[in-house]
Design a binder for this molecule. Sequence first.
Ligand code: SF4
Ligand code: SF4
Ligand code: SF4
Length: 275
Amino acid sequence: MKVLKKYFASLFMLVIFEAVAITLWLTKGNVFYLFNFSYIGLSVSLGVFLFIRKHKHARRIVQLLVGVYMLIYLGLICNENMQIEGFWYYLFTGVFEAATIHYAVAKIFGPLVFGRGWCGYACWTAMVLDFLPYKVPKFPRRSIGWIRYLTFAVSLVFVAVLFLAKAGSIERIMFWAFIIGNLAYYGTGIALAFAFKDNRAFCKYICPITVFLKPMSYFSLLRVKCDTTKCISCGKCKRVCPMDVDVTDNSRKRKNGTECILCMECVKNCPKDAL
Ligand code: SF4
Ligand code: SF4
Ligand code: SF4
């Protein structure tokens, strides 16, 4: 019973993902969903298990397991464009499949439960960016977050034009858009990380998906909270946070609250176990 209590969060994640896997498998009549969400659920559950056991690389292990699977298997082998363009594409075709389901679960409705867990544990762009040397930003945040709305609009207009122009072999175009889009993301993300001395600069200023992620994660059920009776205001949690979140403020309006990627660096580093 004690073991069950200790690893409850790990089992809980497995059950949630299995519920999604089985529901989609039965409703869509496609066994792929059972395999896909079971694999992701097992990876996430393993990560939570390792985190509870205080494994140093728990988050990175999940990030690699899920990120490589989505980029290589789903993207390159199965030709599924899981970038935002793929989402628009399926939305315009009226098909509730692949990228649309992925976005609904990971980036639109899921964040109401697990916030920006996607960004901390599954995103294949951040999977690479997190290898770079600037794990904690060296400079204060810049006011250029508006760029995300521009990239969001560009992705939407790109797919809309393809449909309006009735472009031929649109599926082929989407495959190449996935390859070129990813290369552009990696190139820009790495360049920005070095220019701003911040691994997550791309996430903070450019990524179009944050247009969905930020407002939804504002209401997230899962969030790091501070026990103010234990906190000694040493500021260590803010110094180790890659996303500049003021985690000692428990209100939903905390500074950069919708940027929290649940990486747990603040929790690991708090000297008073206040988080
Ligand atoms: S903000 Fe965008 S690039 Fe960064 S981790 Fe989240 S989805 Fe990935
Ligand atoms: S690291 Fe812990 S004790 Fe220090 S300010 Fe943050 S929550 Fe408070
Ligand atoms: S360090 Fe804490 S507040 Fe900052 S992103 Fe990670 S979990 Fe969120």
